[in-house]
Ligand binder design. Structure first.
Ligand SMILES: N[C@@H](CCC(=O)N[C@@H](CS)C(=O)NCC(=O)O)C(=O)O
Length: 208
């Protein structure tokens, strides 16, 4: 994991489940995720990665969240009711793949979207345009989420679940990048953030 990254959502799920686990900090800025020892575990070079006690590794947010939820059904992080379960997966995928994968990557890793061979003036212009597009994509996705979120409870029903963990980290990033959340998204963000476990995780990851 990396503090303040998408792995924060998995950190929250591990703490919600009260599981004993060992953390290995992957410093993305220092390039730890590109080191051979990390790539041997996760060839994609991404975080989060969850290594199980038997040595098998899961290397995406969705697979880790599903594994945690399905392995601990009594904690109800994923409903057993088919519609609610499917809706949970839909929201989680939208947070991870669209809000994060399409929007925030343009804001946080702008260089990846630059064409080769630009001079510095063009780099500045392109970077600003890429960031603007990232913010537009995030805002658009929040507006789409807004239309499907309930006024009370969590993203899907009364129980906190794996979709909430994914939505939390993208809402958290929005709060750090001055991207406004529409009312239901904001209310859900505040309900999740008020959970004692989430407060604890944020403290452990260096936030007040
Ligand atoms: N689709 C991946 C996304 C994970 C991801 O993009 N994580 C970021 C950090 S929030 C990362 O590993 N960035 C490093 C990189 O891609 O080089 C998943 O579901 O886990």
């Amino acid at each position: 994991m990396t503090p303040g990254s998408c792995s924060t959502g998995i950190h929250i799920l591990l703490e919600e489940l009260e599981l004993p686990f060992q953390v290995n900090i992957v410093n993305l800025l220092a390039g730890d995720h590109r080191r051979p020892d990390y790539l041997a575990i996760n060839p994609k070079g991404s975080i989060p990665t969850l290594v199980l006690d038997d040595g098998r590794a899961l290397t995406s947010f969705g697979s880790i969240a599903c594994w945690l939820a399905l392995s601990h059904p009594r904690k109800r992080l994923l409903s057993a009711e088919p519609w609610l379960a499917a809706r949970t997966l839909e929201l989680m995928a939208y947070a991870v793949e669209t809000v994060h994968g399409q929007g925030f990557t343009r804001i946080f890793t702008t260089d990846r979207y630059l064409p080769e061979g630009l001079d510095s003036a063009d780099t500045a212009r392109w970077s600003a345009a890429i960031q603007t597009e990232g913010r537009r994509l995030v805002q658009e996705a929040f507006d789409i989420l807004e239309s499907g979120l309930p006024e009370t409870g969590y993203a899907v029903g009364a129980d906190f679940g794996i979709a909430d963990a994914a939505l939390f980290y993208v809402f958290f990033w929005a709060s750090k990048t001055q991207i406004a959340l529409p009312p239901r998204c904001l209310a859900l963000f505040e309900r999740i953030r008020a959970r004692p476990v989430v407060q604890q995780v944020l403290r452990e990851e260096g936030y007040r």
